[in-house]
Design a protein around this ligand. Structure first.
Ligand code: PGA
Length: 255
């Protein structure tokens, strides 16, 4: 049985005052549950403050990125060990915004995934196709390339301490979501791809959906067989929306 995960990716949003207000609403409403784990991933500068505010709550904290290097002369970068030291449990790696803007390729993302696990963090590995890939019928080829790079570098057993997020790039922040058929197909493809190497690891792997998940479409997505929660951008900045999504994940039938 897979426990759902709902993770909020705040991206480059927030302020000390706004974070406090959002977190006090979330921590008042979100209780520990056997059905769903919850995490927030704020910008790195706010992590210590967010960790402190969420102490003794059921909400975990994650980073949005980490370096593939352990320490040293890497200006502006943040090591996975540092995230772990200040209290993170998760880190997002390979988000499409970083693949595009920072030109992170799949080999680099794989090194970040390994660095995260070496530090004791659970990586949330993002994969997903661009609109032109989907239109050209290349969705599976793109997702396979992104996934295989990590499977090859880290080994399939590493996926028992990792989460995958399928995020079609054309659905991120656009208000478009993948149709249930498109999402179900992509999630099944990912689980099968992992199962080709180890079926037990694949069965236990949590695969999140991301891309314009809102409180009113979450239940439909989470009901699909291979969807185990969500990576939430815009809707994670609004307490009522995020709580609605967490409740939808908690209410889903166990898979
Ligand atoms: P969105 O972002 O929910 O705003 O579409 C999702 C993500 O990029 O993780």
């Amino acid at each position: 049985m897979r426990k759902a995960l709902v993770a909020g990716n705040w991206k480059m949003n927030g302020s000390l005052a706004a974070n406090r207000e959002l977190l006090s609403a979330l921590s008042g409403a979100i209780r520990g549950s056997d059905a769903v784990a919850v995490a927030v991933c704020p910008p790195a500068v706010y992590l210590p403050e967010v960790v402190a505010q969420l102490q003794a709550t059921a909400i975990a904290v994650g980073g949005q990125d980490c370096s593939d290097e352990k320490a040293g002369a890497f200006t502006g970068e943040i090591a996975a060990d540092m995230l772990r030291e200040i209290g993170c449990q998760y880190v997002i790696v390979g988000h499409s915004e970083r693949r595009a803007r920072q030109r992170e390729d799949s080999a680099w993302v794989a090194r970040k995934f390994i660095a995260a696990q070496s530090a004791g963090l659970v990586p949330i590995l993002c994969v997903g196709e661009q609109l032109e890939d989907r239109e050209a019928g290349r969705t599976e080829a793109v997702v396979a390339e992104q996934l295989d790079a990590v499977l090859d570098a880290a080994g399939v057993d590493a996926f028992d301490r990792a989460v995958v997020a399928y995020e079609p790039v054309w659905a991120i922040g656009t208000g478009l979501t993948a149709s249930p058929e498109q999402a179900a197909e992509a999630h099944a493809f990912i689980r099968n791809r992992v199962a080709e190497r180890n079926s037990q690891v694949a069965e236990a792997l949590r695969i999140l959906y991301g891309g314009s998940v809102k409180a009113d479409n979450a239940a439909g997505l989470f009901a699909l067989p291979d969807i185990d929660g969500g990576l939430i951008g815009g809707a994670s900045l609004d307490a009522d929306s995020f709580i609605g999504i967490v409740n939808a994940a908690a209410a889903r039938v166990h898979k």
